[in-house]
Design a protein around this ligand. Sequence first.
Ligand code: ADP
Ligand code: MG
Length: 131
Amino acid sequence: MIKPEAMAAGHAGKILDLILSKGFKLVALKYTRLSEGEAGQFYEVHKERPFYGELVNYMASGPILAAILEKDDAVQDFRALIGATDPAEAAEGTIRKRFAESKAKNAVHGSDSDANAAIEGAFFFSTREQY
Ligand code: ADP
Ligand code: MG
């Protein structure tokens, strides 16, 4: 996902270009907006964390771009491309280093495992929307 603050700042094109230039293929793409209920469901694993309420609020605060990406070692390579959760700790050249505002408003989401990528992909896309 490209998160609401990065969308509002007009970074979507540059972020997508960077992702595609690193060899990720688009399987699905959607411009949409999460309700608070949907954002809460998407981030359910973080329910007990102190920042959960803030996270849900923020993720529902504006439209996002959701995508399914394909590549060998996609999860690992995408996590490397986006960088650490906190942009202050993200490596030079990573998406979060370049585009994130803060640890909370950190420009992009990336799945943390193949299993979660499948769950998160199905959250946004029907099979008819995946090619
Ligand atoms: P990542 O997105 O790097 O996988 P996490 O899964 O730990 O990071 O957290 C999910 C999202 O919750 C982060 O991308 C960020 O938007 C938000 N978040 C994480 N930690 C904090 C924090 N300490 N304070 C505020 N928001 C946070
Ligand atoms: Mg995570």
